[in-house]
Design a protein around this ligand. Structure first.
Ligand code: ADP
Length: 397
């Protein structure tokens, strides 16, 4: 089976053509500058081709993607018929979606209904969906939501302690994001440990970071909230913050709430703490090694907050069996894993420094006597999207 995985942003569109059973990617690429001019980067194995192609809208980007996939020189298929299904990443499923779903008119309406919750992403995701539906009307399309995995959270985890009408009338609650990654890692952890009933915390630490408390494969709590701003500090996002900080800054600096939120989303996190030096953990580690105190603080704050949430989730789950690290920093950040696990020694977490010296490879890094198995598990959101898509399309046959 061939699944085309599409991740459409406002001016870009990423694609991968993959086999959901083996995870083999036959081709992948990126359409950029949609609505500006248009540029396609296409990769088959190690071979890369770049082309300037006019992309006034997402339709031309999809058309360019399908054309290059069938190209005599750079293509991997002979006709669009060889694409069995398309899986679309959709950021916000709101309260409408607790699982991936086949896209029909009703699903599109429901995704549109979630636009107020995901105003930046959902319209772009919909453009990708609409473009595919018009160019490939006979190919089944599936929507896979970043929020869906978290819909198993109990009310005590997802409700905010504010008047009920904001939940009932406006759907304001914790939703959580990175759900596709958390689901993928939870499944991999089950396969790797051979367990089905177990409690784990997954640390998805990248430029955006979120953590999830997972019991028997189901999400019980997560750090991001109504939006991805909440939780641990990130590359450029502040993470959790007292709402009064917003009021104070807006009044003191005479800026709007939107401007303040922009600062909290784009200029904060480890970038803000390092005095604007970098949001990249490699730069911060280099800065800290050179004695830059702001970099030291940025890293310490990050380690501290991640460890604090593991502790909180261990309490929420009444203990954990497995701790997993994934995404850019989780998979590559040797120092981050070391520092977070040191905080957790009180609950019997012990890692092997040599085993922890690993980057981007599935590895059990805990010692045999550790009370908690600690794993590095590379995430693969595209594969999870392709697998969900295949499952749903096969079930609908
Ligand atoms: P995104 O949230 O954009 O998907 P990624 O999961 O790709 O982000 O993670 C990107 C982050 O991974 C970068 O900010 C970088 O700091 C971090 N990273 C990549 N390689 C390393 C490394 N060797 N050591 C520490 N951090 C790393």
């Amino acid at each position: 089976m061939n699944v085309l995985v599409i991740n459409a942003g406002s001016s870009s569109l990423k694609y991968q053509l993959m086999n959901p059973e083996t995870g083999d990617v036959s081709a992948k690429g990126l359409c950029e500058r949609i609505g500006i001019d248009g540029r396609l980067t296409h990769k088959v194995g190690d071979k890369k081709v770049e082309k300037d192609i006019a992309m006034p809208t997402h339709s031309e980007a999809i058309a360019a993607t399908l054309a290059i996939l069938q190209d005599a020189e750079h293509g991997v298929i002979k006709s669009v018929e060889e694409i069995d299904a398309v899986g679309h990443r959709v950021v916000h499923g709101g309260m409408e979606f607790s699982d991936s779903c086949l896209i029909d008119d009703a699903a599109i309406k429901a995704i549109e209904k979630c636009i107020p919750l995901g105003p930046l992403h959902n319209p772009a995701n919909l453009m990708g969906i609409e473009a595919c539906r018009s160019i490939m009307p006979n190919t089944p399309q599936v929507a896979v939501f970043d929020t869906a995995f978290h819909m198993t959270m109990p009310a005590k985890a997802y409700r905010y302690a504010i008047p009920t009408n904001y939940y009932e009338d406006d759907n304001i609650r914790r939703y959580g994001f990175h759900g596709t990654s958390h689901k993928y890692v939870a499944r991999r952890a089950a396969a790797l440990t051979g367990k089905t009933e177990f409690k784990m915390v997954n640390c998805h630490l990248g430029n955006g970071s979120s953590m999830a408390a997972i019991k028997d494969g189901k999400c019980m709590d997560t750090t991001m909230g109504l939006s991805p701003l909440a939780g641990v500090p990130m590359g450029t996002r502040s993470g959790d913050i007292d709402a009064c900080v917003v009021q104070f800054i807006c009044n003191k600096h005479n800026i709007s709430v939107d401007e303040c939120l922009n600062m909290l989303n784009k200029k904060s996190g480890v970038l803000g703490l390092s005095n604007g030096l970098s949001s990249d953990f490699r730069d911060l580690e280099a800065g800290a090694a050179d004695g830059n105190e702001a970099c030291v603080l940025a890293l310490e704050k990050f380690y501290y907050e991640v460890a604090k949430y593991v502790g909180a989730y261990a309490a929420a789950l009444n203990g954990i069996d497995v701790l997993t690290f994934t995404a850019g920093v989780g998979e590559n950040g040797v120092a981050t894993r070391q520092a977070v696990c040191e905080y957790l020694s009180f609950m019997g977490v012990k890692i092997d420094a040599e085993k922890n010296n690993v980057r981007g490879k599935k590895t059990l890094i805990s010692t045999p006597d550790s009370k908690v198995q600690v794993w590095v598990i590379p995430t693969n959101e595209e594969l999870m999207i392709a697998q969900d898509t295949a499952e749903i399309v096969n079930a609908a046959k």
